[in-house]
Design a protein around this ligand. Structure first.
Ligand SMILES: Nc1ncnc2c1ncn2[C@@H]1O[C@H](COP(=O)(O)OP(=O)(O)OP(=O)(O)O)[C@@H](O)[C@H]1O
Ligand SMILES: [Mg+2]
Length: 354
C-alpha cells in the first residue's frame, strides 16, 4: 500500500499586517513530506522559512490555504486543539533554544523539568530519557550542570527537551545557527540518527549548504514559494551498521559521495521559477518563446524584446515609486493623526483634573 504524506501544505498564503502595511510572507506555497523523511528548507533571509515552520507547528494560522499534518487539519483547529496538537505531535528546536534551559540544573534535570511540571515523570519516561541521552551522546555528561557543557552539548540537551513528549515530527529552525561548522555537522548527524532510531519526520531550516549531505531532500523557498527541490540520486546511506568514526565528543557517520539533482517546482498556478542566472546568460528578459518538443519544453529568448521590456520596466518603476510615496505618506499621516489625538486626550485629562 502506498504511504500517505504526513505533511501537506497546499497553496499556503500568509500575510502579516503591521502598522496598516501588509507583508506577504508566503505566496501560495506547496509542500509535501512523507513519514520518516528528513527534509531541509533553505532560502534567503525573509523568504518565509520560519513562517512555514510556525504554520506546520500550529503556532500560526495561514491567511489562506490548507495544512494537513499527522491527520490534523491545522487551519480548522481551535486554540485548545492546537495546544493539544503541539504538545503531542510536534517537537521544536531553534537557534536560541538553549536560552530556555536552566544553567544551574544538570543536563538530565533540564530534560526532566517539563515532565516534573506536568506531573508525568515515571519510570518509562526515565528509561526514555536514558535512551535520548545515549542517542545524542550525552550519557557521560548527564549529571553535569548545563553551565559546564559546551554550546553544541547544550543544543543537544535542548534537542532532548524537544523530544521529551515523543513527537511524530521534529521542526528545527536553524538549530545550528550559533554553532561552528564542525559542531553543525555533528548536529545534523545527530538529527539523522534520531530520525532513524525514533522514526521521526524532520523538517530542518538551515543556511548551511552542507545540510544537503545529511538529508533526503532539500527544498528551496524563494519569495514565499517553493522554487526547487534537490534530490539525492543514490538513496540509502546512513543504514544501520554503517561505518562510523568518532570526532570530538559526537559521532559523525562516514558518508559516500552523492549525486544531486535540482528539480524545478510548479506551483498550483502552473508557474515555475527560472533562475535569474539562466535568464541573464541567455538574454531572456520579460518574454520568452516556449516550444513543445518530443521530450521536453524549450524556452528561448525573444529577439528585439529590449524596447518593450524597457518600457514595461519604466512603467513598473514609476508605479512602484508612486506606491511607496502613497504608502509612506499615508503611514506618516496616520502616525501624525494618532499623535495629535493622544495629545488632545492628555490635555483633556489635565483640564478634568483641575
Ligand atoms: N510577526 C510578523 N509580523 C510582520 N511581518 C513578519 C512577521 N514574521 C515574519 N514577517 C515577515 O515575513 C517575511 C518572512 O519572514 P520569515 O521569518 O518567515 O523569513 P525567514 O525565511 O525565516 O528569514 P530568516 O532566514 O531571516 O530567518 C519577512 O519579510 C518578515 O519580515
Ligand atoms: Mg527564520
Amino acid at each position: 500500500m502506498e504511504q500517505e504524506p504526513i505533511i501537506v501544505c497546499d497553496n499556503l498564503v500568509k500575510i502579516y499586517r503591521l502598522l496598516g502595511l501588509e507583508v506577504m510572507a508566503l505566496q501560495g506555497l506547496d509542500l509535501v513530506a512523507m513519514p520518516n523523511e528528513f527534509v531541509a528548507i533553505v532560502g534567503a533571509s525573509g523568504s518565509g522559512k520560519s513562517t512555514l515552520m510556525s504554520i506546520i507547528g500550529g503556532l500560526e494560522q495561514p491567511t489562506s490555504g490548507w495544512v494537513h499534518v499527522a491527520g490534523h487539519e491545522i487551519n480548522k483547529m481551535n486554540q485548545n486543539e492546537l495546544n493539544q496538537y503541539r504538545q503531542h505531535f510536534i517537537g521544536f528546536i531553534w537557534q536560541h533554544a538553549t536560552r530556555n534551559l536552566l544553567p544551574y540544573l544538570t543536563c538530565r534535570e533540564n530534560i526532566e523539568l517539563p515532565l516534573l511540571i506536568s506531573g508525568t515523570l515515571n519510570s518509562d519516561k526515565e528509561a526514555y530519557i536514558d535512551r535520548l541521552l545515549e542517542l545524542v551522546n550525552l550519557t557521560e555528561r548527564s549529571h553535569h550542570r548545563l553551565s559546564e557543557l559546551s554550546g553544541g552539548e547544550q543544543q543537544r540537551v535542548a534537542l532532548c527537551v524537544a523530544l521529551i513528549n515523543q513527537p511524530t515530527i521534529l521542526l528545527a529552525d536553524e538549530p545550528t545557527g550559533e554553532l561552528d561548522s564542525t559542531l553543525a555537522q555533528q548536529m545534523f548527524t545527530t538529527l539523522r540518527k534520531l530520525q532513524q532510531e525514533l522514526n521521526l519526520t524532520i523538517v530542518v531550516v538551515s543556511h548551511d549548504i552542507e545540510i544537503a549531505r545529511f538529508v533526503d531532500r532539500v527544498v528551496t523557498i524563494r519569495d514565499g514559494r517553493v522554487a526547487t527541490e534537490t534530490l539525492k540520486q543514490n538513496n540509502g546511506y546512513y543504514q544501520a551498521g554503517e561505518a562510523q568514526q568518532t570526532q570530538g565528543d559526537a559521532q559523525v557517520l562516514e558518508q559516500p559521495e552523492h549525486v544531486y539533482e535540482e528539480l524545478a517546482i510548479f506551483d498550483s498556478a502552473g508557474s515555475i521559477h527560472i533562475p535569474d542566472e539562466y535568464r541573464m546568460r541567455l538574454g531572456i528578459k520579460r518574454r520568452a518563446r516556449i516550444e513543445l518538443l518530443e521530450d521536453g519544453i524549450m524556452i528561448r529568448p525573444v529577439t528585439n524584446d529590449d524596447e518593450t521590456t524597457m518600457k514595461t520596466i519604466q512603467t513598473m518603476r514609476e508605479l512602484k515609486t508612486q506606491l511607496e510615496v502613497d504608502t509612506q505618506g499615508n503611514l506618516l499621516e496616520r502616525i501624525y493623526q494618532s499623535g495629535r489625538k493622544a495629545l488632545a486626550r492628555r490635555k483633556e485629562k489635565k483640564t478634568d483634573g483641575k
